[in-house]
Design a binder for this molecule. Structure first.
Ligand code: SF4
Length: 119
């Protein structure tokens, strides 16, 4: 089997291909560095993404503030996380890098604030 994809591990965006057979290693080609191999193999075995979103806050001048995950999450955890995020309403002040949700589903990945809001 073969899957063509674009590596999103850095801005170079290499076009890479992953090829594999049942019970064989996944061979990645087209990558300009080793991270492309890891990305291509993960895309076949367990695709992961960084999640960015906004959360509603109690602020006099800003309705929502940006957040992101501290690393990549398995795709299957993304929709449940977004549903949780869109139900939340945070009190301020919030400081950039504050942890909003710790250890999402025991992945070791946190949801963190990406800006500060004081009023
Ligand atoms: S293979 Fe390496 S250089 Fe190419 S996009 Fe992926 S991380 Fe960047």
């Amino acid at each position: 089997m073969k899957k063509d994809m674009i590596c999103i591990s850095c801005p170079m965006g290499c076009r890479i291909s992953a090829q594999w057979e049942v019970d064989s290693d996944i061979i990645v080609t087209g990558n300009k560095c080793e991270r492309g191999v890891i990305y291509g193999q993960e895309e076949i075995l367990s695709p992961r993404r960084v999640v960015t979103a906004t959360i509603a806050i109690h602020s006099s001048w800003l309705g929502r503030m940006p957040v992101m995950t501290s690393g990549t999450l398995p795709k299957g955890l993304i929709d449940p996380l977004l549903n949780k995020i869109y139900e939340m309403h945070l009190d301020i002040p919030i400081v950039r890098d504050d942890i909003i949700i710790q250890n999402i589903e025991n992945t070791g990945i946190d949801l963190i604030a990406t800006r500060s809001v004081k009023t």
